[in-house]
Design a protein around this ligand. Structure first.
Ligand code: ASP
Ligand code: MG
Length: 457
């Protein structure tokens, strides 16, 4: 059996990093320059998954479908043309495009989650084949090979949000993937997997980061690199303030809070396998590979009270009051049973004897919006419900944020913004964050204000 060398690095390249031939060539150099990178996980080329989602979810006329398919063909063909249309690669891509068109026209597509997952898989399946060829052309040798990751990444059958089956994945990685890594740089797909019946599944939008961490765990990698279009994690979103600074090193705990509350740099599940297996994670920009980035690991030398300020928009606050003064426990249990029935997950919560306030992440045009309406109706059958929207969640992330003496703890953070602007405050549940709700229209100003206060220039 092959023994993966303990310097093995798994590198993941996101959609913008493999958007076209030029981007792929830049990424190829990162791989060629680092012989420890043995396994590469790719996203679909930027834009392709959105087009596939459109084909799967919208009721389109055959002309409209054809036009979406053509946009996908154009993206893939542009890369193929820049490669000089090598016969073997052209044959694989043409076949994938044909299969994709067939599924896109399938009469049951709109109602079948199974067919939709099959459809969504084509973006990654094409980008991985093209990227392997780019690496081979840029390196001038046959360094890389494309590999169908569904042979390894085994999942349950929850289409659109499949759960990985870790033991089966590990076993497959040992048997068929690890031996390959000794001789080739293996290029595989993020986002997709396969259930026990051989059906293609997907891990949910943005799931390639998560896949990469699962692969890193399964091959016992030494590190995982996530190459994206930003130079790592910042003290806050650099689009909000130019005073945001890069963070060179951060602990798993803090990064997990940031992924949950923050600027969507990593898919929130990514760190679960990394923490489980102790694989350290690097986040950097494939546009500027030498500009550094952020290392996320278990042991960091420096654990400051304040690390970052994160912002998440589109929060809905439900305040649920029991008019009958039910027992607090019975009341809360009923409320949560209804939330669970609608599969809504709660982020922040504060409770009193007869009322509970809780937040739900509620981006527009997502299934959550419909679920939330149905849930509110159910709750209204036994209590009063008040719904507030257009709120934003601000989280201050660090270590023992609540007891920091220098800045006077959480109270000082709040008075620095003016308590009247705060809608709900949560702290104490985690030593790594203090968070609160504000009006979305004030959110960016508040983030700038807190950032200036916590990270003076
Ligand atoms: N291509 C998938 C998406 O766009 C997965 C990913 O890129 O992480 O959601
Ligand atoms: Mg992504």
């Amino acid at each position: 059996m092959s023994q993966t060398n303990n310097s093995t690095i798994v590198a993941k390249f996101g959609g913008t990093s493999v958007a076209n031939f030029a981007a792929m060539s830049r990424c190829a150099k990162i791989i060629i320059n680092n012989p420890d990178i043995r396994l590469v996980v790719v996203s679909a080329s930027a834009g392709v998954t959105n087009l596939l989602v459109k084909l799967g979810n919208e009721v389109l006329s055959s002309n409209e479908k054809e036009s979406v398919l053509q946009q996908i063909r154009n993206i893939e063909n542009a890369i193929l043309n820049d490669l000089g249309r090598p016969i073997k690669v052209e044959a694989v891509i043409s076949q994938l495009l044909e299969q994709l068109a067939e599924i896109a026209l399938h009469p049951l597509l709109v109602t079948s989650t199974k067919l939709k997952d099959e459809l969504l898989s084509f973006g990654e399946r094409m980008s991985s084949v093209l990227f392997a060829e780019v690496i081979n052309q840029v390196s001038g040798e046959s360094l890389a090979t494309a590999f169908d990751g569904r042979q390894v990444l085994k999942t349950d059958s929850s289409f659109a949000k499949a759960e990985p089956q870790l033991e089966a994945t590990k076993k497959q990685a040992e048997q068929i993937l690890k031996p390959l890594l000794d001789t080739k740089v293996v290029i595989t797909q993020g986002f997709i997997g396969q259930d026990n019946f051989g059906n293609t599944t997907t891990l949910g939008r943005g799931g390639s980061d998560y896949s990469a961490a699962l692969f890193a765990e399964a091959v016992d990698a030494f590190a995982l690199q996530i190459w994206t279009d930003v130079t790592g994690i910042y003290t806050t979103d650099p689009r909000i303030t130019d005073k945001a600074r890069p963070i060179s090193e951060i602990s798993f705990d803090e990064a997990a809070e940031m992924a949950t509350f923050g600027a969507k740099i990593l898919h929130p599940a990514t760190l679960i396998p990394a923490i489980r297996s102790g694989v350290k994670v690097f986040v950097g920009s494939s546009l500027e590979p030498d500009a550094g980035g952020t290392w996320i690991s278990k042991d960091v030398d420096y654990r400051p009270a304040y690390r970052a300020v994160a912002l998440r928009n589109e929060q809905t606050l439900l305040t649920v009051k029991s008019p009958e003064m039910l027992h607090a426990t019975g009341f809360l249990a009923r409320v949560f049973a209804i939330l669970a029935k609608h599969k809504l997950s709660v982020d922040l919560i504060t409770t009193s004897e007869i009322s509970v306030a809780l937040t739900i992440d509620n981006p527009p045009n997502t299934p959550v919006a419909a679920l939330l309406d149905a849930c509110v109706n159910d709750l209204r059958s036994f209590c009063d419900v008040n719904v507030e929207s257009d709120l934003a969640l601000v989280a201050v992330i660090g270590n023992h944020v609540e007891h920091d003496d220098n800045k006077g703890g959480a109270g000082r953070i709040f008075s620095s913004i003016g308590e009247d602007k705060l809608r709900l405050i949560c702290h104490g549940a985690s030593e790594h964050n203090v968070c609160f709700l504000v009006k979305q229209e004030n959110a960016k100003d508040i983030v700038r204000q807190i950032h200036d206060y916590l990270f003076p220039a």
